[in-house]
Design a protein around this ligand. Structure first.
Ligand code: NAD
Length: 736
């Protein structure tokens, strides 16, 4: 039989080799055609007496990236359309549609012939679930195996929850499922999720050897008398384990993620049932989680929108692609060193410049250190390290910028210094080369005044630590050309990060919103909220850290500098508040700058930190915690950030709802379960959001006053994703 995505070749021993190799795709993913064809392949293997067993492998450099979630998005859209007319039928359609893959995998597992998965390199989500459904797994040393579904608001719903918990140690299994972590080959083997590790070349031969040795086509859990490896749920051991698992779930998620909640339900209930029923329970919870706004928002922002932005949704279409060979980095400090590393890692040559050779060398040493760590963890080789380091030239010589396509400036946040290096660099650069500043707060248009070629001047704002943070904020100055934008986006694509493009303004998008989060924390301190309660409210609302802690990380002296500069720039228009006093007292009088001098709202001792007992001396004695409503504090922290985003959107600094949402989650960790700052407003409904803002304005001050755009939208109860639907969505709507 001929398939589009698979080939099946049977050897003389009667072992079928099923090679999954999707045409016109760099990675195998599970879509409707793969599901249908896999179903037919299983029938073929099961029905052919000449086939004794099968090996499933990939024809690509990795096994599979998992399911194509746009498939689920489509299913959900159909569900919502149908629900209006016939809710029961709609629910049935969603349940059956979303468990199709479960049934295909179960058929594979029970078809009577043994299957071995021969897994090379990346194996994610539905790909991992396919491997787990097979009767054995042999993997290569490059394995990266994961079930990252919780990260997009879901859980592994094609048998993953049931099979992992019947194969692995309970604690390790739950952690693997709940954290969505990636396993390397040795861990996966230790967890009993794989049987054998070998080289990529020997994968298929090893898999066939397993078949030849007489691999049992019936799984243990499908045999009579099967006993769960970690004991029954209702047993003395279960009573020790499950309440603790529930507590850990709540500690990690604050019950904000329905995906994680239903995952736990699915595991606990499923483990008490035979496999077919357990899978049915899993499917019911999966269909349930799909219907939650959290899952819909997370799939949209963290899968669909992110993919669109990565593929160049904001790239000007008429610009030719740039092949970037060499870039310059000015300033080899904290950020410059990180930028040099991620660039060299992408195979691009880097000229790394600082004031003196020692500083430039120190910047390059950062790459050596990171590669050293990667080697220790088995993620890189000496050879790769040498190759990467050979790409970076540390120097003080600006003439070396002559061949660079792009130069990124990351010197001190000081206008004068930035002006000097801009002039120095431009004198050496090709006239067509693009110049970017990594400033965190200074408007790009004003920095571009130092440039002879403001069309070629753009903002490329990285986040720290550069090697870990996935977002890059691109800032268009007033005169920035589309050619400069295309270069910035091509560069960001080459270093495999996600871009958002914003128009110029003080603090751009991310820094501006982050400052409102920190400010709200300080305002709460001034209101008498106990510091620990503020921090907990932040984390319970879904932020990665509390606002005071973030203030310490960003540096209080920097916040003070920004406040002072804003005050100076705005003159009489600046409204002074308790924030100024707190920051002034902390920075100027107490010299508490944050983590950088180990003294801020927290005291730091190595990796440990504890709230500074002197906070009441600066802000006054706190009121009793009972005088505040924790739900309201959580809302204050999220509403303030969402409201600031709506203002930035109205000012047209942000122009694309996808960028607002993706930028907020990747840039400053805005509560991911909401789908991002604007999705948060949509989820609440603009009318309810505006009402809440009005209530907070009365109670907490005019900073909560809703802007005109929001008030207008509230009147019509419009949504951001309705009114400002991105092009792709609008096109889909038109087609519908
Ligand atoms: P840093 O102090 O660690 O590094 C600045 C480097 O610039 C130093 O190595 C310094 O020697 C060098 N330098 C100063 N004057 C120079 C000159 N005339 N020529 C060449 N090199 C010179 O600072 P950083 O944290 O890396 O910040 C750099 C820039 O990145 C700033 O504009 C900052 O606002 C921005 N930024 C910082 C962060 C962050 O988290 N630190 C995040 C985003 C953006």
């Amino acid at each position: 039989m001929a398939y589009k995505n698979f080939t099946v070749e049977t050897d003389a021993d009667g072992f079928a080799l099923i090679t999954w190799d999707m045409p016109e795709k760099s990675m195998n993913v599970i879509d409707l055609s793969v599901m249908d064809e896999l179903d037919a392949v299983i029938d073929q293997v099961a029905g052919d007496d000449g086939i004794k067993g099968a090996v499933i492998t990939s024809g690509k450099s990795a096994f599979s990236g998992g399911a194509d979630l746009t498939m689920l998005e489509g299913l959900l859209k159909d569900f919502h359309v149908k629900r209006g007319d016939d809710p029961e039928e709609a629910a049935k359609m969603l349940f059956e549609g979303s468990r199709k893959l479960t049934l295909v995998y179960r058929k594979l597992e029970t078809c009577g012939k043994p299957f071995v998965a021969a897994v090379n390199s990346t194996c994610m989500g539905g790909g991992t679930e396919l491997a787990l459904a097979c009767h054995a797994r042999v993997v290569d040393e490059d394995l990266k195996m994961g079930l990252p579904e919780v990260k997009v608001g879901l859980f592994p719903g094609a048998g993953g929850t049931q099979r992992v918990m019947r194969m692995a140690d309970g604690q390790q299994g739950m952690q693997f499922l709940l954290q969505g972590r990636t396993l390397r080959a040795p861990n996966a083997k230790q967890m009993k999720l794989v049987n054998e590790v070998t080289t990529t070349k020997k994968l298929v031969a090893s898999a066939k050897k397993m078949l030849a040795a007489g691999l049992d086509p019936v799984k243990e859990w499908d045999k009579k008398g099967y006993k769960l490896p970690n004991g029954k749920v209702y047993s003395p051991a279960g009573f020790q384990f499950w309440p603790a698992a529930n507590a850990i779930y709540r500690r990690e998620t604050f019950d904000n993620y329905p995906g994680a909640r239903y995952l736990l339900h699915s595991v606990v209930e499923g483990l008490q049932l035979p496999m077919d029923l357990a899978l049915q329970v899993e499917s019911r919870y999966f269909a349930k989680v799909l219907q939650t706004p959290e899952a819909a928002n997370m799939i949209r922002s963290l899968f669909v929108s992110m993919q669109e932005l990565n593929k160049g949704a904001r790239r000007p279409e008429d610009q030719r692609p740039n092949k970037i060979k060499k870039i310059g980095v000015l300033g080899a400090g904290f950020m410059g060193a990180g930028i040099a590393y991620v660039t060299a890692q992408a195979g691009i040559e880097v000229v790394l410049i600082d004031r003196d050779q020692e500083a430039a060398d120190k910047g390059k040493a950062h790459s050596e250190e990171l590669m050293g760590k990667a080697i220790k963890r088995g993620r890189a080789t000496e050879e790769q390290k040498e190759k990467l380091l050979s790409k970076i030239t540390a120097t003080v010589d600006y003439d070396q910028l002559a061949e660079c396509d792009l130069v990124i400036e990351a010197v001190f946040e000081d206008r004068e210094i930035k002006k000097t290096v801009t002039e120095q660099a431009e004198a050496a650069m090709k006239s067509r080369a693009i110049y970017a500043s990594n400033t965190s707060t200074l408007p790009i248009t004003s920095l571009a005044q130092a440039s002879k070629r403001p069309k070629n001047f753009i903002g490329i704002h990285f986040f720290s630590p550069v090697d870990k943070m996935m977002l890059v904020e691109v800032i268009m100055g007033k005169k920035t050309s589309d050619r400069a934008l295309a270069m910035a986006l091509d560069y960001i694509k080459a270093i495999k990060k996600t871009p958002i493009v914003v128009n110029d303004s003080r603090g751009f998008y991310t820094s501006r919103v982050v400052m409102t989060y920190i400010r709200e924390g300080l305002m709460m301190l001034a209101d008498g909220v106990p510091a620990a309660m503020i921090e907990n409210a932040g984390k319970m609302a879904g932020m990665p850290v509390g606002p005071l802690s973030l203030g310490d990380e960003v540096a209080l002296d920097l916040a003070w500098k920004i406040v002072s500069a804003t005050r100076k720039d705005l003159g009489v228009k600046y409204v002074e508040g308790p924030l100024d006093n707190i920051l002034e007292e902390m920075v100027v009088k107490q010299e508490r700058f944050g983590r950088k001098n180990a003294k801020g709202f927290y005291d730091y001792k190595g990796k440990d930190k504890s709230l500074w007992p002197g906070i009441p001396d600066v802000v006054g004695q706190p009121k009793p915690a009972e005088s505040f409503n924790i739900e309201e504090l959580k809302q204050r922290l999220l509403v303030m950030q969402a409201l600031e985003t709506a203002r930035i959107f109205e000012e047209k600094c942000l122009t694309d709802v996808r960028e607002a949402d993706v930028g907020s989650i990747l840039g400053f960790g805005f509560a991911p379960y909401t789908g991002g700052t604007l999705s948060y407003i949509d989820m609440m409904g603009t009318t309810a959001f505006v009402d809440l803002c009005k209530k907070f304005t009365k109670k907490w001050g005019p900073r909560f006053k809703p802007n005109k755009l929001l008030r207008d939208m509230a009147k019509e109860n419009e949504r951001f994703y309705g009114k400002f639907a991105p092009k792709a969505e609008a096109a889909q709507k038109d087609a519908a």
